[in-house]
Write a new protein. Structure first.
Length: 297
């Protein structure tokens, strides 16, 4: 009887020990899992903060770039030439200024990008011709290929035709100096195939403007004999799919204020249906204000 009790006590001790071990192990594992989850959560939080920081930096950069852009545009309002001759913009602007007439008169250059298109170009021509005014068309080689008859009409009506790349695809156009030159040359080639080899306009407009484009890209354009030109006034017809006539006209009035020489950006590309109507209002305003009209060639 006594021996049996000893066995029972021994058995109870051993069982308690094993159960104790098991419970201890369970808690230890549980805690370690919790710690792991917590540490993962910390990592996630850090990662989120890092992403947030990058995103903030991006926003800041974007915002600063926007300010820079506006500042740059302001400086370009009078298309002035900087004294730094090494700067590619200065070299280009000097050439542009030699071509743009410098007079005491108020001069407006009406410019149309991204055409010629069946949608818009004939109506733009109608408005210009009705008013007896000449404009400058920065055409795309790919559009000229599809609508040679429209290019011919622009030319025959006495307007100027300039270069705006072949494809207008940013990822291609800005991929290297060689590619942008190829885009310009191919556009020149297709224009010449319609108008003949006498065509010799060396004005070029960068898709999206010249601001912030790599120096080597700009240098390639200049060394290939072209002059790039932006704008200092716009109707904002590309700032949305279809922008209302009133919104465009207000945008034009606010950006053209107090400028003696106006280089006005508009678009005769696909779908810009409101542009011809805005153009009529723009021309009336400019005539009233005593502007004369010139073309870039
Ligand atoms: Zn464009």
């Amino acid at each position: 009887m006594k021996k049996r009790s000893v066995y029972i006590i021994f058995f109870v001790y051993i069982s308690a020990f094993i159960i104790g071990l098991a419970i201890g192990k369970f808690y230890a594992e549980n805690n370690s899992a919790k710690a792991e989850i917590k540490s993962q959560a910390n990592i996630n939080e850090k990662e989120e903060k890092r992403i947030e920081n990058i995103s903030n930096k991006d926003h800041k950069k974007h915002y600063e770039q926007k300010l820079d852009n506006e500042e740059n545009k302001k400086q370009k309002e009078d298309i002035s030439v900087s004294s730094d001759k090494k700067d590619i913009d200065s070299i280009n602007n000097k050439k542009v200024n030699e071509i743009i007439k410098k007079s005491s008169k108020k001069i407006a250059y009406l410019t149309f990008d991204d055409g010629p298109s069946q949608d818009v170009t004939p109506k733009v021509l109608e408005v210009l011709n009705k008013n007896g005014i000449k404009g400058t068309f920065f055409v795309l080689g790919s559009m000229v290929k599809d609508h040679p008859e429209l290019l011919k009409k622009i030319h025959d009506d006495g307007h100027a035709i300039a270069n705006h790349t072949y494809t207008h695809i940013y990822s291609r156009v800005y991929s290297s100096p060689e590619v942008i030159i190829e885009e310009i040359k191919n556009t020149e080639k297709v224009i010449k195939s319609v108008l003949g080899d006498d065509y010799n306009n060396k004005f070029f407009r960068f898709p999206g403007g010249s601001f912030g484009r790599p120096k080597e890209i700009k240098a390639a354009v200049v060394s290939s004999g072209y002059n790039y030109i932006d704008w200092n006034c716009l109707t904002g017809d590309a700032e949305g799919k279809i922008v209302s006539v009133e919104r465009q006209y207000q945008r034009f009035l606010s950006t053209c204020k107090n400028k003696k020489t106006l280089i006005i950006l508009m678009h005769d590309g696909k779908g810009k249906y409101t542009t011809p109507e805005v153009l009529d209002k723009v021309i009336n305003y400019l005539k009233e204000q005593g502007y004369e009209f010139e073309v870039l060639r």
